[in-house]
Design a protein around this ligand. Structure first.
Ligand code: SF4
Ligand code: SF4
Length: 459
């Protein structure tokens, strides 16, 4: 054995993905296999996972769909290569042919080095699901990435800022940015003042209203970074005459569990559902955020949280679009004279099927709209999906590799504004615009709607 390989057997690579619960190297293989068995036994996963792990034609159609591989041309970024890391292990330990014929059928015994490779690989996939669109076997590589991360978390491999944020959210403080309740209420007061100063109208942001129809929860980062989005949403509810509320106890829609843990995902989702339930609200409205929307829409069904049955979950985009379709919103597009393009957030588009509503709203509220190419289900990820936007160690990689395709797309539009109704996409796109010196700005959808909305004769 060479000195190098001896070292690789005993030393961890320098990952930014270690939690304080990281298992010693020699315990990881056993824990990995135990967790994989547990995941395969879970009712929600066994069928899709067995299908995706059992099948791959090795045609590499997915390679040319992946923005990471297109930028890096590194074979370790091939979607099928990444998924095969887990597939080989699955075949070796969980299929008869793999147990009998091993490498002949693509099976391989798991080693500590394989786990090292998985940590790297599963955190270089943005879980955007673009690669699945043209897969002849409909393999969902993003689900395999997610399951890989769920298993790795149980070994202690997970970006620490995700777990720190989740701990704050599930603890007494109740949100990922650790904003105290008093500070949150101050922020709501400030936003109301802004609304009054800007419009001359008293537009309330109602708090803890029992029986309100709409329970609104935004990603908490919006209260720090995206005031214009929140102002636009408040104006939209007001113009539509909607009965809505925020909770001052549970106001954060972020759910990082989507990126690494079913257990945390379910706890966070339960808190949100319980908050709306306890206020007797009928519809939970998730703010401009792709992963929060998909998590609430999809996993409420997946986990079968039956006590909350009857409660509707919607994206704020769907709700605003419904108001618009019902004739409750009017816009003056001259307030938005710049050329605007639209970025389909992966979790809203491919993840939740929300494609046309934002476009119809934009076309009514801005003077010039141009499509990005490709768009809708073939749109490219911003490069910060799968939670990678919050991993600061990946910043340079997000700018130089994962987001490169998006930069090309943005530049080709010639637009002055790119609209992205997702907190994660907003952060990544702002950073891309700055890093690549693009002559454009990032805006939220409701930022534009709020500028153009006609309020009681005022605009
Ligand atoms: S396109 Fe589908 S079948 Fe072909 S290599 Fe990729 S995952 Fe496998
Ligand atoms: S999910 Fe997205 S980032 Fe991951 S392999 Fe597929 S196309 Fe690439």
């Amino acid at each position: 054995m060479t000195k190098e390989s001896e070292q690789s057997k005993s030393t961890d690579p320098k990952y930014p993905y270690r939690s304080e619960k990281l298992l010693p190297r020699e315990e990881r293989v056993v824990r990995f296999l135990e967790t994989l068995q547990e995941v395969l036994g879970a009712k929600i996963y066994n069928l899709p996972l067995e299908t995706y792990l059992g099948t791959c034609a090795k045609c590499n159609n997915c390679a040319e769909q992946c923005q990471v591989y297109q930028a890096s041309r590194d074979p370790h970024d091939l979607p099928a290569w990444r998924s095969d890391l887990l597939r080989k292990v699955y075949k070796k330990y969980f299929t008869t042919s793999g147990k009998l014929f091993g490498g002949l059928v693509g099976a391989k015994a798991l080693t500590e080095e394989d786990i090292d490779n998985m940590v790297d690989a599963f955190y270089r996939c943005t879980m955007c699901r673009r690669c699945g669109v043209n897969c002849p076997l409909a393999v969902d590589n993003a689900l395999i990435t997610r399951i890989g991360r769920v298993i790795l978390e149980r070994l202690g491999f997970v970006p620490s800022n995700m777990t720190v944020s989740t701990r704050a959210q599930l603890g007494e403080i109740g949100n990922t940015s650790a904003i105290p309740k008093a500070a949150f209420i101050d922020t709501l007061d400030f936003l109301e003042e802004e609304l009054r100063d800007e419009t001359g109208i008293a537009i309330p942001i109602p708090r803890d209203v029992e029986g309100a129809q709409f329970f609104f929860a935004a990603p908490v980062s919006d209260y720090i970074m995206e005031a214009d989005t929140l102002l636009g949403i408040a104006k939209t509810f007001h113009a539509a005459g909607a009965n809505w509320t925020v909770s001052t106890e549970n106001f954060d829609a972020i759910n990082y569990g989507l990126f690494y843990s079913d257990a945390d995902l379910e706890k966070i989702l339960n808190r949100l559902l319980e908050a709306a339930h306890s206020l007797k609200c009928k519809t939970i409205v998730i703010g401009e955020c792709g992963h929060s929307t998909k998590t609430a829409l999809l996993f409420q069904k997946v986990f079968g949280l039956s006590e909350y049955r009857g409660m509707e979950i919607k994206s704020v985009i769907e709700v605003s679009h419904r108001f618009f379709a019902e004739g409750k919103l009017m816009f003056d597009p001259t307030k938005n004279p710049e050329t605007v393009t639209y970025h389909d957030p992966c979790n809203l588009g491919r993840g939740s099927g929300i494609y046309e509503q934002p476009r119809e709203l934009l076309k009514a509220a801005v003077m010039h709209f141009v499509e990005m190419t490709p768009n809708r289900k073939m749109n490219y990820c911003c490069g910060g999906g799968g939670g990678l936007v919050v991993v600061e160690d990946l910043h340079d990689w997000r700018m130089s590799t994962a987001g490169l395709k998006k930069v090309e797309q943005l530049r080709a539009t010639g637009a002055k504004l790119v609209c992205a109704p997702c907190a994660n996409c907003k952060k990544q796109l702002r950073e891309l615009i700055q890093a690549h010196k693009l002559d454009m700005q990032l805006v939220g959808l409701h930022d534009l709607l709020g500028k153009a909305i006609v309020l009681s004769g005022k605009t």
